[in-house]
Each structure stands twice: as structure tokens, then as C-alpha cells.
Design a binder for this molecule. Structure first.
Ligand SMILES: [Zn+2]
Length: 382
């Protein structure tokens, strides 16, 4: 793993089979539990890098500039060039909001406040694995309440599919658990669902796998899904507080990010770790495009003042490889497609796929419109 690696790492154990630490159900404790799973060297490097004490030799050299101009058009020329072959996309809740999926963390939706009727010790307990083991009912009640009639993938999702069809997509990493990437036709092997998915479920005890339909039927019958092989509860494969990130996430990022020659960050405020640290795992010269409502993931101005290369996006006049396209995520993706000459193709793809989904009567594999249960508004104060 490179010196730029985030602190996340898999120990290869099945997350659910591992003894569950007896921690109070709050996100800081869960984060602490997660950090305890990491090897000491990773934490040391991460801390040193964050504090600016550690400077890997390869990043001390001036960054090679591959963009002819540091702008959206410069990015377009790079993508059109022969040298750009392996694009990684990183997506957050912003790519799904236009589908009507509320952001669980957004105060406007008030979802946390509406949870009081479930008699939880605190709202986040509904996504705590320890609490779920004791009392899975509130989670399934919430899942039923929020289960959508149908959601359709957005322009942003279809733009990612287009990147794949052009042979340019190395991998799509998503923080979303809404399964809309699958609904948009992005192949499973191109997908890393970093916070898990509702698409599959497993028995907490014997690990037997269940599909979306099995769980959905029981949720709508006001039943808790129980394993057919044992008395275990069947839990959707979304990552709860107190659980490790999926093995696939850990496996893929080891290989993918070193090969990446273009990173596109879409609809993410880059506040949730370890996902937020992925932007620093690409090569030092790799162009990075942020498509988001506001600037995000930037290097601390204080550290920059000290001349410390501590990672993060550089979105000022000195930028040599980072570009922000601010505004609505779908608008940004359509704009990028237009400039790439794929605009009409993208519009036609969205129109035909939405028409097909309308005809089928059920858009995309439906899932509860919850954003990932990772409520870490800022990096922990390590
Ligand atoms: Zn079982």
C-alpha cells in the first residue's frame, strides 16, 4: 500500500463472524472500533501525513502536469487523448438526489427526528449492528416506511454507464446503498459499493445469502426476515456502524488506484472516511475532476500556508491537475458529455432507459432511500 493510502484495511475476516465489541452505540465509538481494526503502521502513516510530519519522497517532487490547461476543457482533452484509459469515478449521495432519494444525513429531511417513535436510545442506533442484533424491528419498520415505489437512475448514473461503454471506466466506487448503479446497467464487476447494498442480504448467523425480493416481501408483510436454514435474522448487506467495509472495497482499491489516469468525484462532499481519502491514492500527476454543488475535499489552507503537501484537492489558481465543475451533478455530467461530444448519446440513453423502466412498471431494483449510515461530519480529531 502506498504512503497515500487511507487508514482502511481489511484483515480478511468476515465482518459479521467476528466478535462484536461491546461499545456504546454512537458513531464516534464505532469509528474508534474501526480504527482499532487497522494495523499500527497504517495509522502511524495516516497521522503523520495528516499532521504534515511525513512526506513521501515521490510526492515531494514537482507534480507533472498532464493537462494542457487546468479547466473543464483541459479535462475533456485529456479524456479524449490516447493516454487516458482508466477512469475511476467516486460517487456520493449527490448523484441520487435528483432521483428523489433523500440524504439521510441532511437535516432538512428530518429523518433522524422522525425516529423517536421507535424508542431508540439514539437515532443512529437504528444502524448499529449491536442494537440490530438485539432489536432488528425498528430498522425493518423504517425500511418499509421509506421503501420507494420506484426510483430511476439519474443522468449522472447513465454518464458512468457511458464511460463504461466507451471502454474508459476502470471502476465506479459509490457510497450509496440505493442500488441505482445496478439499475443503470453498470456491470457488477465495474462496481464497488463501499458502504454495501440492499441488493443482497445475509443471515447474521449462518451467512446464507438472500436476494432483494425475499427481504422486500417480508418487510412489506411486517415480518422480520428470518433465515430458512436457522433462526438467524436476515440483514441487508449495507454496512452498519460497528461493521467493517466490504472485502471487495479493500481488495479493489489496492489495485485500482495505482492504475488510475483520471479521477472523477461526483456528488460527494468527501467528508466520510475512509472514502474521502481515496482521492489521494491516485498517482500524483493524475487529473481529478470534482462535479459537485460546492467545493470539497480541499487541502487545509493552514497546511498549504506551511507548504505541507498533505493531500486533498487543490482548487485554486495554483492548481495543476484539479478542476471543479460546481453545480447540480446531473447538469455537470451532461455538460461534460456535451463537451466530449457524447451529449446526444447520453440524452438518448436516459430517455430510452427511463421509457423502458416506465414500461416495466418498476424502475431500477427498488431499495429504501437511505444514505449510508456513516454520519461523520468531519474527520475525527486524531
Ligand atoms: Zn441462517
Amino acid at each position: 500500500m502506498s504512503a497515500n493510502s487511507p487508514p482502511g484495511k481489511s484483515d480478511g475476516d468476515d465482518p459479521v463472524d467476528r466478535p462484536v465489541p461491546d461499545v456504546p452505540p454512537n458513531p464516534i465509538e464505532s469509528l474508534g472500533a474501526r480504527l482499532r481494526d487497522l494495523d499500527v503502521d497504517s495509522i502511524r502513516r495516516y497521522l503523520a501525513q495528516k499532521l504534515g510530519f511525513y512526506e513521501p519522497p515521490e510526492t515531494a517532487a514537482p507534480t507533472d502536469q498532464v493537462l494542457e490547461e487546468v479547466s473543464l476543457d483541459g479535462i475533456v482533452k485529456w479524456i479524449q487523448s490516447e493516454r487516458c484509459k482508466n477512469i475511476i469515478t467516486l460517487a456520493g449521495a449527490g448523484i441520487s438526489t435528483s432521483a428523489g432519494i433523500p440524504d439521510f444525513r441532511s437535516p432538512e429531511t428530518g429523518l433522524y427526528h422522525n425516529l423517536q417513535k421507535y424508542d431508540l436510545p439514539e437515532p443512529q442506533a437504528i444502524f448499529e449492528i449491536n442494537f440490530f442484533r438485539q432489536n432488528p424491528k425498528p430498522f425493518f419498520m423504517l425500511a418499509k416506511e421509506l421503501y420507494p415505489g420506484s426510483f430511476k437512475p439519474t443522468i449522472s448514473h447513465y454518464f458512468i454507464r457511458l464511460l463504461h461503454e466507451k471502454g474508459l471506466l476502470l471502476r465506479h466506487y459509490t457510497q450509496n446503498i440505493d442500488t441505482l448503479e445496478r439499475g443503470a446497467g453498470i456491470p457488477e464487476e465495474k462496481l464497488v459499493e463501499a458502504h454495501g447494498t440492499f441488493y443482497t442480504s445475509h443471515c447474521l448467523d449462518c451467512r446464507k445469502e438472500y436476494n432483494l425480493e425475499y427481504v422486500k416481501e417480508r418487510i412489506f408483510a411486517d415480518q422480520i426476515p428470518i433465515c430458512t436454514e436457522c433462526p438467524g435474522v436476515v440483514k441487508p448487506d449495507i454496512v452498519f456502524f460497528g461493521e467493517s467495509l466490504p472485502d471487495r472495497f479493500q481488495r479493489c482499491l489496492q489495485e485500482d488506484f495505482q492504475q488510475c489516469d483520471m479521477l472523477i468525484i461526483m456528488g460527494s462532499s468527501l467528508e466520510v472516511q475512509p472514502f474521502a481519502s481515496l482521492i489521494d491514492m491516485v498517482p500524483d500527476w493524475c487529473p481529478r475532476l470534482l462535479i459537485n454543488r460546492e467545493k470539497a475535499g480541499m487541502r487545509s489552507p493552514l497546511l498549504r500556508l506551511w507548504g505541507v503537501m498533505s493531500g486533498g484537492l487543490q482548487l485554486d489558481e495554483d492548481a495543476v491537475r484539479d478542476v471543479a465543475r460546481l453545480g447540480d451533478c446531473d447538469d455537470g455530467c451532461q455538460d461534460l458529455a456535451d463537451r466530449l461530444g457524447w451529449g446526444d448519446e447520453l440524452r438518448a440513453l436516459v430517455a430510452s432507459e427511463h421509457a423502458r423502466l416506465d414500461l416495466a412498471g418498476a424502475a431500477a431494483p427498488p431499495a429504501p432511500p437511505l444514505s449510508p449510515p456513516h454520519v461523520t461530519p468531519q474527520e475525527p480529531d486524531l
